[in-house]
Design a protein around this ligand. Structure first.
Ligand SMILES: [Zn+2]
Length: 274
């Protein structure tokens, strides 16, 4: 997209329009995840929580996922907030700060919550913090106190260090620090152990009206198993391939799927036609 030739006026108008659309989409997104939560659809995709669904399936960062879930819960409780988010009167960040305070202080009275929220409309994050602090009490709300941390020193064997590096490389689409990487490892281990313990997503997947459709959990399992092209070892342009071709009745199961790179996949299709 080249914006160089837009007039100043159009550029400003377009940007304003985009900001409005962005807020409308945000509000609509919250309603969508609210409905998904009500239908528990994330379990059908093999996720144990709405949070992991938003992070892993939709590609949001952990912090924006939790901000959106907090906002969604507030909208669930106070439906008129949807309009305020759409108009930009309330930002997700301010809403999140208020939600935290309500939780910390055990505030459950909806009428009081609405009054508090009205005072932080159209304010900056800093002013919002101050206002909440004044209304709810200075002792209870430290202004942007740094989160508590716990030191953990560890030396890894070469084997484990290589595994760590492998995970880091697999998480390439975003630059992450060590803590974030460990947080992902912890989350996915907890998820795995919990689902093993409680058998949350045992056999309810794999049903789809389109037999060609590969469910997210199967994709994930095949990808974790193969990781590279099963013919040449390439890591680029990977695709899922039906070992027994779909046209010959091959199914979209973990056993019948493998990972090939685009080149190998195409070459294979050509030779099988000869
Ligand atoms: Zn290949």
């Amino acid at each position: 997209m080249n914006l160089k030739y837009l007039t100043d006026k159009t550029l400003l108008q377009d940007t304003k329009l985009l900001a409005q659309q962005y807020r409308t989409i945000t509000a609509s997104f919250l309603l969508h995840i609210k409905e998904i939560e009500q239908r528990k659809l994330y379990t059908e995709l093999g996720y144990t929580s709405l949070f992991t669904y938003i992070v892993q399936e939709l590609g949001f960062s952990e912090s924006s996922a939790s901000r959106r879930i907090t906002a969604m819960k507030m909208v669930k409780e106070i439906p008129e907030l949807e309009k305020k988010i759409e108009t930009g009167e309330l930002t997700l960040s301010n809403l999140g700060k208020a939600a935290n305070v309500f939780k910390q202080e055990n505030i459950t009275d909806v009428k009081f919550k609405k009054e508090v929220l009205a005072t932080i409309e159209n304010t900056s994050t800093r002013t919002c913090e101050k206002t909440l602090n004044e209304i709810i009490g200075p002792s209870s709300l430290p202004i942007s106190a740094p989160p508590k941390t716990y030191p953990l020193h560890l030396s890894l064997s070469e084997e484990n260090f290589n595994k760590y590096e492998q995970i880091r490389e697999l998480l390439t689409h975003k630059k992450r620090n060590k803590e974030e990487i460990f947080s992902i490892i912890f989350d996915s281990t907890i998820e795995k152990l919990m689902s093993k313990k409680f058998k949350t997503h045992s056999k309810k997947i794999t049903v789809s009206t389109n037999p060609r459709y590969i469910t997210a959990s199967i994709k994930k399992a095949v990808y974790l198993r193969d990781q590279v092209c099963q013919k040449c070892g390439s890591k680029n342009a990977l695709e899922f391939d039906h070992i027994k071709p779909f046209a010959l009745g091959g199914k979209s199961t973990e056993e019948n799927l493998r990972i090939l790179c685009r080149n190998c996949n195409q070459r294979q299709k050509i030779t099988s036609r000869l």
